[in-house]
Design a protein around this ligand. Sequence first.
Ligand code: HEM
Length: 462
Amino acid sequence: MLRSQLDTIPMGDMKDVHPESAVRDLIKQAQRHGPIFQLPLPDGTRRIVLSSFALVDEVCNDQFFDKRVSVNVRSLRSAIGSGLFSADTSDSNWRKAHTILMPSFSLQAMRNYVPMMVDAAEQLMAKWEHLNPEDLINVPDDMTRVTLETIGLCGFSYHFHAITREQMHPFVEAMVHILSTTAARATRPPIEEKLRFRQRRQLQADLDLLLSTADQLVRERKMMGTEGQKYNDLLNAMLNGVDKQTGEKLDDVNIRNQIITFLIAGHETTSGLLSFATYFLLHHPDVLNRAYEEVDRVLGRDTRKTPTYEQIHQLVYIKQILKETLRLCPTAPMFNRYPYEERLLAGKYQLQPSDTITALTPMLHRDRSIWGDDAEIFNPDHHFNPEAEKQRPANAYKPFGTGQRACIGREFALQEATLVLGMMLQRFYPYTTGIYQLKIREALTIKPADFYMRVRPRTDID
Ligand code: HEM
């Protein structure tokens, strides 16, 4: 095909994209420019933003496309080192870590995590049981506490005491600073960066905190000697796992990077999922009632018996609620790809290996050709009952990314979130007073901002 016969990709407006609202800004531009548009990146290459199923479907093909580690994640990587999430697929450490850590996410591993997940969820329930009727719950804050405690226990057999401590654990504050600072840094010229002395000092202090947390986990485990090897957790897989293909283990620096990666990736997005799901439940009484009906049928009303693995997986409507939540509010709202070679997209758009092709998930998940005219409506039953799931094309729903670089923790996240939501509804009536207009806070992931609720124990009412 002659170059003159190719379609030009519409140009978006870079000045309308700001680090603190990048996702919402890209959505606005997609609504203005359509399912494909481009933006210049600071290094002279292009970002091409895709919103429709037809276009995203093509770039999900692992044979011709790979994950592009975005400018923001490269900036994060230069600060916290290369882990499973931030490594290039060609980095030999990615394949090694992927192979070594995959068994920690098997079905058997999920079953083994249940007691630890229940431990963390029980702590949150106990905290809420001790509230006065008028006390407000900061929803994203408490969901962050429970998900950090969960990954601490399941991944590292470590109690962060994230739920019981008064202030949020310092790891979370340091992590949020690092995510926002490295994202903003990715948009500035290096010379400007050098002049920001105070910010650089703060970044170093935050990094030191993350590194010392990782080092403490390793030190304490090694001090246990052979006794420590009995733990069936991620940390032991990192320290002792062997890549069967090469016979290699992870080196010390890589282990440190993986610990930080899993502490961040293992709680931040699930916390957003639980917060958005609670928001949707509070605003859809019909869905909430059906969820109560299922929880009472599956878990019963006796809270002294904690949920089993089988019961968690019988909460199918709760899982549908979570999946529908991730459709409308995917907490990791984009993933990036590039073609191995020059390639035509949809037979008419020329793509280059230097391009960063962004699949904008909140728009993909609203494509009416897949989701119908009620794509904007929260409806767990419509899209995610088992029959509808089988009919839907695989690449129409991508909250966990795609192909070999898709999320390693997706079953972990869904199991944990189902348990927390199930236990919340078994014990409480959540409610809000006044009207809450959904606001979003962005820092690599998205979460509701300033979202509060109250809970009443069900025993007070039933
Ligand atoms: C990768 C989403 C929970 C660990 C990803 C990716 C997405 C994602 C979209 C692909 C990113 C890309 O292509 O650049 C989510 C969501 C979660 C969640 C929405 C919760 C609702 C978790 C949990 C863990 C985890 C609980 C660990 C326990 C990872 C890791 C990767 C990853 C290590 C990188 C995998 C690789 O490239 O090999 N996640 N995630 N995630 N996620 Fe998750």
